[in-house]
Design a protein around this ligand. Structure first.
Ligand SMILES: C[S@@+](CC[C@H](N)C(=O)[O-])C[C@H]1O[C@@H](n2cnc3c(N)ncnc32)[C@H](O)[C@@H]1O
Length: 268
């Protein structure tokens, strides 16, 4: 194994792990630099099991033994080790879960190949809250959604919080970022998908009614937390679908709505 003791908080070799609490900075930096952070030994083991490649490991000295098998399996990958206080100074928070890894982002998969055999697809339109992104992936994995597409402005499924909330399912569910949206609606239609936007519009059909149609290939668009689905998307899709609300409640949280819809609209 390749253990490297960290010199100090300014050690340039651990630049991947600096300013981890600065969401705005990390959101830009990580995709631009082709990396993401797997936080906790459980998450990093899941990432490795999914075939993702580590750039480096980062851990407190007391966790060396617990992660020994991983480090031995990656002798060429540096494992940066230091006292917990030093790691905290670098990252900006206390590392409760012992270890982290900076991982290479997997190469993007073209949408056509990603969707080749898919029957159920979720499209996350501009969902900016990483908790919601992670929760939707967890439901997608659990309820049989074959792939997820995220729009250009949507939060990053490989951001630390998304990964954590998703319970690692972001490594499991095939996903891709669309280059253009809502132009991507046409791409989905060309691939044989019926494209339905989840939204409480006047003309939206009830979820039950759409489920009864037993659509062969269905792409379900989920809208952003504030304004919901963009008007231009509503114009472009084949139909809008709603979960009827009771007791004067306006709408569901988008992740809750996704779980209900993924189950009801599952491929049978
Ligand atoms: C919280 S809602 C957005 C706000 C919503 N447009 C409103 O004005 O209350 C976020 C997204 O969750 C989904 N959603 C929430 N409740 C829904 C429901 N009852 N039926 C269909 N979709 C729903 C939609 O995709 C929606 O765009």
């Amino acid at each position: 194994m390749s253990v490297v003791w960290i010199d100090g908080a300014g050690d340039p070799r651990v630049a991947d792990y600096t300013h981890l609490t600065d969401v705005h900075l990390r959101k830009v930096r990580e995709p631009a630099e082709g990396l993401y952070i797997a936080e906790s030994s459980r998450v990093l083991r899941r990432a490795l099991a999914a075939g993702h490649r580590p750039r480096s490991f980062f851990l407190a000295d007391k966790w060396l033994e617990g992660l020994g098998d991983v480090l031995e399996a990656h002798p060429d990958v540096p494992a940066f080790v230091g006292a917990p206080e030093l790691l905290e100074e670098i990252t900006g928070f206390h590392l409760h879960r012992g270890a982290m890894a900076a991982m290479h982002r997997p190469a993007p998969v073209p949408v056509e190949s990603l969707l080749a055999d898919a029957r159920r697809v979720a499209v996350l339109e501009d969902i900016t809250d990483h908790t919601n992104v992670g929760a939707i992936f967890r439901s997608a994995a659990a309820l049989g959604v074959d792939a997820v597409l995220v729009t250009p402005r949507c939060g990053d499924p490989l951001y630390r919080r998304s990964i954590r909330v998703s319970m690692g399912t972001v490594f499991q569910v095939p996903w891709a970022r669309l280059d253009e949206w809502p132009a991507g609606v046409e791409t989905l239609r060309d691939l044989g998908f019926t494209v339905a936007a989840m939204e409480l519009t006047e003309d939206a059909v009830d979820l039950d009614a759409l489920a009864a149609r037993d659509v062969e290939r269905l792409a379900l668009v989920l809208g952003t937390e504030g304004a919901g689905i963009l008007p231009e998307t509503l114009d472009a899709v084949d139909l809008a679908v709603k979960i009827p609300m009771r007791a004067g409640v306006d709408s569901l949280n988008v992740a809750a709505a996704s779980a209900v819809a993924f189950w009801e609209l599952r491929a049978r």
